[in-house]
Design a protein around this ligand. Structure first.
Ligand code: ADE
Length: 362
């Protein structure tokens, strides 16, 4: 795919002068920014900044995803020995499991910078061309929600990923010609909650494809203990387990709940987060002992009350509870499937007897 240079972006100029990319100035993480790290056209969630200091900075301090850590450790070591960037990586799985965090760690371990963007921010050819041509050797380009790339941007990425080159079309009509510009060797990391929505030409260009799994309670407990230490909050092992059990297998949720429990302990002048304090704080937030929140329970109760336990189509369900289809699919459903409260059948969603029991309807 060729890039039409009439868009105002001049890749040739940009290649000559790498310190002055012709992109709008990248937004920077305002505080706690690490050296060598920038966010390009920030689409960072508010919670991401708040969580920034809680992110582990090395594979050694990253808790959980053991198989993934092992294979990434090997890939990083091998790439460094060969003095090459790590092969392009695709991470998929539900939100909050650490796709961005692991990508930051990969960049750090490669002693390179990371540029973080997301597919909806890459609207025009010049957006992706500007970023690609500003990458330094071994840099990591992280594209979140990569399944949402438009066709033109995706096609610019193919030669960039395969041959580290940027194809631009010079001129128009029959006399136009394609000029191939070399790029520095980089690693593209794509993240998605919907691996099935990626086109196969894009998927095939990733050398490593990894799924991130929900975390065990024991792993979440360790993450909570580590985060509590960073936040200078005293938490008992039992208190950390209670929070871990209610964290939906998700570190992002664990850290968010820990902060809410901290608020509760502070206001009640409690010096130590015990199991009892954690239970009181989380009960107050309507988060039950399995980590279900009011929306999860509304999904279960609606399927029971309105559709006799299912099956019900996702569109119908979304309309009934007044929630986005993609929020149900990406945020709520994966955990309800994991806990065995919900099943997906060809005819729609069905709640299980476990769900009936959980909401006291059995
Ligand atoms: N904070 C968030 N996720 C983490 C993880 N996997 N390990 C350690 N700390 C974390």
């Amino acid at each position: 795919m060729a890039l039409i240079s009439s868009s105002g972006f001049d890749p040739l100029e940009n290649m000559k002068n790498k310190n002055k990319p012709s992109l709008p100035k990248p937004a920077r993480i305002p505080k706690e920014k690490e050296e060598g790290e920038i966010v390009v056209r920030s689409e960072v969630q508010p919670e991401d900044n708040a969580e920034y200091s809680l992110r582990p900075e090395s594979l050694a301090t990253y808790i959980g995803q053991n198989q993934l850590k092992e294979s990434l450790g090997i890939a990083i070591k091998a790439a460094k020995q060969r003095k090459e960037p790590v092969d392009h990586i695709l991470f998929y799985g539900p939100p909050g499991l650490g796709k961005t965090t692991i990508s930051m760690i990969i960049a750090r371990e490669m002693e390179a910078s990371i540029k973080i963007t997301s597919a909806p921010a890459l609207e025009r050819p010049r957006d992706i061309a500007g970023i690609l041509s500003s990458l330094k050797p071994f840099d990591v380009l992280f594209i979140d929600e990569i399944h949402r790339l438009n066709k033109i941007t995706e096609e610019i990425l193919y030669p960039a990923m395969e041959d580290f080159s940027l194809d631009i079309t010079i001129g128009k009509g029959p006399t136009s010609r394609i000029k191939r510009l070399p790029l520095n060797k980089f690693t593209l990391i794509g993240a998605t909650t919907k691996a099935g929505s990626l086109t196969s030409p894009l998927r095939d260009r990733f050398g490593l494809i990894n799924r991130l799994n929900f975390y065990e309670v024991e792993e979440l407990k360790e993450i909570i203990v580590r985060s509590a230490e960073i936040l200078k909050l005293k938490v008992s092992q039992e208190g950390a387990i209670i929070i871990g059990e209610r964290s939906r297998g998700t570190p992002r949720v664990a850290n968010r709940l820990l902060k809410r429990v901290r608020d509760f302990a502070q206001v009640n002048e409690e010096k130590l987060v015990t199991a009892e304090i954690a239970i009181k704080a989380l009960d107050l937030l309507n988060i039950d002992h399995k980590g279900l929140d009011p929306t999860d329970r509304q999904i279960i109760n609606t399927i029971i009350d309105n559709y006799n336990g299912g099956p019900v189509g996702i569109e119908t369900l979304a309309a009934a509870i007044n929630e986005d289809i993609s929020t149900i699919e990406d945020v709520y459903e994966p955990y309800l499937l994991q806990t065995g409260f919900l099943n997906r059948t060809p005819r729609g969603r069905v709640v299980t007897h476990l769900a009936y029991k959980h909401v006291g309807r059995w």
